[in-house]
Design a protein around this ligand. Structure first.
Ligand code: HEM
Length: 377
């Protein structure tokens, strides 16, 4: 191993073994179970959540309308819209897009994720401390007005559960402030940047493929007309649904998923892997598999259409991973992608600004996820 590889190995070791990012074992199991149940209770994947997303779409289209067709960087308003969905579910309320508390929260979460896997460990630690301080302040405010009969969001539900356990004399449970902090941070970073990045890729792909953009807009106009798109419409929007799936496939935003660790010695496809080895699943092995996809490296929505142009599910479509650690936010992410994407395409046409070369538009940065570099549309 050369010096540079050794350095990278130390960085990986720091982020994934310091406990800063993901938990494992019993603590992880209990936190994941609690998060899944409660995120569902706060509307994840349900009609109540759809209404929140639709409401957020109105705010987002309002901001874009104010640009009056001039070129601009779309990431900031998309970040606000998507982060507000997470804020509603986690803290129980949304923010105005120009609220300084909200804009600095978004900035910190972005930077936190961008620094993951980078050598700037000190900056990452400082940022982690800032996020912790801000969240503790938010938890304090929520605790002051806590009503166990009416939980506003995930944090309330956690605090009530913790209180109930303490009152019944259980003091050594996994429901402590540190796990609340980690759960909230993970839901935030897992649930905002991923969806934002997929939407950014989606609009970029629409700008680069105007014919496909036309087809989406024609389908939306003939099936839905000018009323607001709803999840119910999805089954009648085969082409649009195929386009959204193809955006996710090609964007491959989490190319190394998340690291896992083997819990016992195992032989996989003839390779011996020792217990305790960190394993990174490479998503290209399914999302770009040449034996599964007709044109793995192209934007080709027909991958998800049958001969009658009806939407078809594909087994190799696994952007949310699979198995026991599958992304717990999958249903929320699918809903957000569908509602935000269709609403934006219903109201606006996206095109690259004049003079921007294909190469400039194709540039991406890689940290834990692959993100297009800031670009104007
Ligand atoms: C397009 C959007 C999204 C994509 C592509 C995505 C993808 C993934 C992937 C590949 C993993 C790793 C799974 C594994 O370890 O095998 C993951 C984990 C995770 N995701 Fe998502 N995700 C998305 C949206 C969301 C949303 C909206 C939330 C929040 C509700 C979320 C929360 C999480 C959390 C907390 C984990 C860690 C789970 C654990 O370790 O048990 N994700 N996601």
């Amino acid at each position: 191993m050369n010096k540079e590889n050794l350095h990278i190995k130390h960085i990986f070791y720091y982020y994934f073994n310091s406990g800063i990012i993901w938990a494992n074992g019993d603590s992880w199991k209990e936190m994941r179970r609690f998060a899944l149940t409660n995120l569902r209770d706060f509307g994840m994947g349900k009609k109540a959540c759809e209404n929140k997303i639709t409401e957020e779409c109105d705010h987002l289209t309002e901001v874009l309308r104010k640009c009056k067709g001039k070129q601009f960087i779309i990431s900031q308003p998309i970040h606000c819209a998507v982060s507000n969905i997470i804020c509603s579910i986690v803290y129980g309320s949304r923010y105005e897009y120009n609220d300084p508390e909200f804009t600095s929260l978004i900035k910190r979460v972005n930077r936190h994720l961008a620094l993951m896997m980078s050598p700037s460990i000190q900056e990452f630690r400082n940022l982690d401390a800032d996020i912790r301080k801000h969240n503790l302040e938010l938890f304090r405010r929520l605790e002051e007005t806590l009503n166990p009969q009416m939980c506003r969001g995930f944090v309330d539900a956690f605090l009530v559960h913790k209180k109930n356990l303490e009152e019944s004399g259980i003091t050594n449970s996994h429901f402590h402030n540190e796990n609340l902090l980690r759960s909230v941070t993970n839901i935030f970073s897992g649930g905002s940047e991923t969806t934002v990045t997929t939407l950014k890729f989606g609009l970029l792909l629409m700008a680069k493929n105007p014919k496909i953009q036309n087809q989406v807009q024609e389908e939306l106009s003939s099936v839905v007309g000018s009323r607001q798109v709803q999840m119910e419409d999805k089954k009648n929007l085969s082409f649009t649904n195929a386009v959204i799936h193809e955006i996710q496939r090609l964007a491959n935003i989490a190319p190394m998923s998340l690291p896992h660790k083997t819990t016992k010695d195992i032989t996989f496809q003839g390779h011996f892997i020792k217990k305790g080895t960190t394993v990174y699943p490479l998503m290209v092995s399914v999302l770009f598999d040449e034996s599964e996809w007709e044109r793995p490296h192209s934007f080709y929505p027909a991958h998800f259409l049958d001969k009658d142009r009806k939407f078809v599910k594909r087994d190799a479509f696994l952007p949310f991973s699979a198995g026991r650690r599958v992304c717990p936010g999958e249903s929320l992410a699918r809903m957000e992608l569908f509602i935000f994407f269709t609403n934006l395409l219903q109201h606006f046409r996206f095109s690259p600004p004049p003079g921007v070369s294909e190469d400039e538009r194709n540039q991406v940065q890689l940290h834990l996820i692959v993100d297009p570099l800031p670009h104007k549309l």
